[in-house]
Design a protein around this ligand. Structure first.
Ligand SMILES: [Zn+2]
Ligand SMILES: [Zn+2]
Length: 143
């Protein structure tokens, strides 16, 4: 006669995970993430706006012309990277000088033309633009 012994011995009692450490590392990660992402409340224009500004070739610069921001004559630089703002044909700047300003403020430092606003309005108009392909077709009912 055989007797089955009882007690298969389920020894699968996993345990010992510290919850406290998890919370702490979560908090640290949140802090790091916040430090990584700068505030989005930037008034300025997009990077693209700066990229498509009119470049002024060296040959059309005069010796008397200076950058209004750093006051250096453009021609002092052997390879000046000068851009013209759309507000006025004489509003020329070093791209390196005007770019950070535009990204931050979005205005022309000389006449305060608000490019950021213009850009925003343009983007909005594009979004709101009614679908013009939707013209009613003349179906020739009359005739
Ligand atoms: Zn400059
Ligand atoms: Zn201007």
């Amino acid at each position: 006669m055989r007797r089955e012994s009882e007690g298969g011995g389920a020894a699968a009692a996993a345990g010992g995970e510290g919850d406290g450490d998890d919370l702490l590392s979560q908090m640290i990660q949140t802090l790091l993430r916040e430090a990584d992402t700068p505030p989005k409340e930037v008034e300025g224009v997009s990077e693209e706006f700066c990229d498509v500004l009119d470049r002024v070739p060296r040959t059309s610069l005069k010796e008397s012309q200076t950058c209004p921001i750093c006051n250096n004559p453009f021609l002092e630089d052997e390879y000046p990277l000068v851009v013209r703002l759309p507000c006025h044909s004489t509003h020329l700047f070093d791209l390196d000088c005007i770019r950070p300003w535009l990204r931050l403020r979005g205005t022309c430092p000389l006449d305060r033309t608000d490019f950021a606003k213009q850009e925003r309005e343009k983007a909005e108009a594009r979004r709101k633009k009614p679908v013009e392909d939707d013209e009613e077709e003349w179906d020739g009912m009359y005739g």
